[in-house]
Design a binder for this molecule. Structure first.
Ligand code: SF4
Length: 366
């Protein structure tokens, strides 16, 4: 295969663990960062030795990659460049925490090829930030965005959460307006999901959060407000000004291949899905867990339907050499009549209302 791939690099460190977070991340020392980077670089080298495929996008996620500081991040990207063949205009995203503007040198990061920044702000409302255990202010997020913009990084995303403690339509509107006032090009807006094992899971009965219906209302309201502010929905939880959709994440939803490196990172490569476990020692020991083959029709349909462009029939036919089943179309038309989907002779897609019950609909369609 000669198709381009994506690279996901997981940095499993945070200054403080947030009580709702289920990502594989935790506190560590500077010495731990260096020890991890040494292992990570050797894994990157061995993956690069396995393929000649060019890299179209790189995503440094976590955890909090910005915790590593400019010098280590530049070193890591340089190492990737030495190992892999990067497209000239590869999209290179760095997740940063809102207060990272204080220690990151965005000019240097930009000079070395980081060209997209994603800032995990979550809310612009102090009481909501406090309830999420966040250790930054919205103003710090704005300062970080401004510093990145001044360094010439135009493609910036802010993360928001929907359905968090104390949130109302008014406070959500204020958070969206705050993001728009930062002049960012992209906003991710995720519904809070309370994951088993997190502190939020044990406190869930006591948390002042919206019930399921109210959460659905908040989500639909967010879609409307974001679109009115110029951020067009292109995926269940992602909104962008035209031309600023995340290329890396879109490739996941288009069922393209990628290699994920780091504990908890998943891959889809050479037709197979596999992942590293949520365990640093196992990553150090290079233990990969196989997860079967990927990219079959069912998976392709499910991933395509996460995108607003939906499932495009001509693309499906090109990939699988037969048209979409009549039974699928008949069911989709029923959901379209009820306002959960849009369907025409070229494509089928969820409406925002449909996204809210997409799992139920998919179980009927597939
Ligand atoms: S900063 Fe992000 S990755 Fe780290 S604990 Fe908080 S939510 Fe999770």
């Amino acid at each position: 295969m000669t198709d381009a791939i994506g690279l996901y690099i997981h940095i499993p460190f945070c200054r403080k663990k947030c009580p709702y977070c289920d990502f594989f991340s935790g506190k560590a020392t500077e010495a731990d960062y260096d020890a991890y980077l040494a292992v990570l670089k050797s894994r990157i080298t061995s993956w690069a030795n396995k393929t000649n495929r060019p890299v179209a996008t790189i995503y440094f996620g976590g955890g909090t990659p910005s915790i590593l500081g400019t010098k280590r991040l530049v070193g890591l990207l340089s190492h990737i460049r030495q190992c892999f063949r990067l497209y000239d205009h590869a999209e290179v995203t760095l997740e940063v925490n809102p207060e990272s503007g204080k220690w990151l040198d965005f000019k240097e990061l930009s000079a070395y090829g980081f060209n997209r920044v994603s800032v995990g702000m979550q809310s612009a409302v102090p009481k909501e930030l406090e309830s999420l255990g966040r250790i930054h202010t919205a103003e710090e997020a704005k300062q970080t965005v401004t510093l990145a913009q001044k360094a010439g990084i135009e493609n910036i995303s802010l993360d928001l959460m929907i359905g968090i403690p104390y949130q109302t339509k008014e406070s959500l509107k204020a958070s969206i307006a705050f993001c728009a006032s930062c002049d960012v090009k992209h906003i991710s807006a995720y519904l809070l999901k309370i994951e088993e094992g997190t502190p939020f899971f044990y406190q869930r009965g006591l948390l002042p959060i919206a019930d399921e219906d109210e959460q659905a209302d908040l989500y639909l309201y967010a879609v409307q407000e974001l679109e009115a502010s110029g951020y067009l929905q292109y995926e269940i939880s992602n909104f962008a000004q035209k031309g600023f959709e995340s290329r890396h994440n879109t490739a996941y939803w288009k069922c393209r291949e990628y290699i994920g490196i780091g504990p908890s990172a998943h891959s889809f490569f050479e037709g197979k899905r596999f992942f590293y476990s949520r365990n640093l020692t196992e990553f150090q020991n290079n233990i990969l867990i196989q997860d079967g083959s990927g990219g079959d029709e069912e998976e392709y349909i499910m991933l395509s339907l996460r995108l607003n462009r939906g499932l495009v029939f001509s693309e499906f036919e090109q990939r699988f050499h037969h048209p979409i089943a009549d039974s699928f179309m008949k069911q989709a038309e029923q959901f379209a009549k009820a306002g959960y989907m849009v369907a025409d002779k070229n494509h089928v897609a969820f409406t925002p209302k449909g996204y809210l019950i997409s799992n139920t609909i998919l179980s009927r369609l597939l």
